[in-house]
Design a protein. Structure first.
Length: 83
């Protein structure tokens, strides 16, 4: 199994409009971290230079629900068909 290398968003943003794994504190006691597939697009920022607004793969805003990711990683390669 390939190991996931997480990059802090404070250090580097992923390529714009690229789907990546996002992780950050969930804000709940039951699960300390939340992981989602998502992306950001400069056109979704509330103001030029404001914080990145994250969307999930169905284009629903993750940031508007109060969740803020802290890390990102490239998604793993999809499975290959067994021969």
């Amino acid at each position: 199994m390939a190991e996931i290398t997480w990059t802090p968003l404070a250090v580097e943003l992923p390529p714009q409009r690229s789907v990546v794994l996002l992780a950050g504190p969930s804000g709940t006691r039951r699960f300390s971290f939340f992981v989602a597939l998502g992306y950001y697009d400069e056109s979704f920022r509330p103001s030029h230079g404001g914080p990145a607004r994250w969307l999930d793969i169905t284009n629903q805003p993750l940031s508007d629900s109060g969740w803020t990711p802290t890390h990102w990683a490239p998604p793993p390669e999809p499975p290959t068909e067994a021969t």
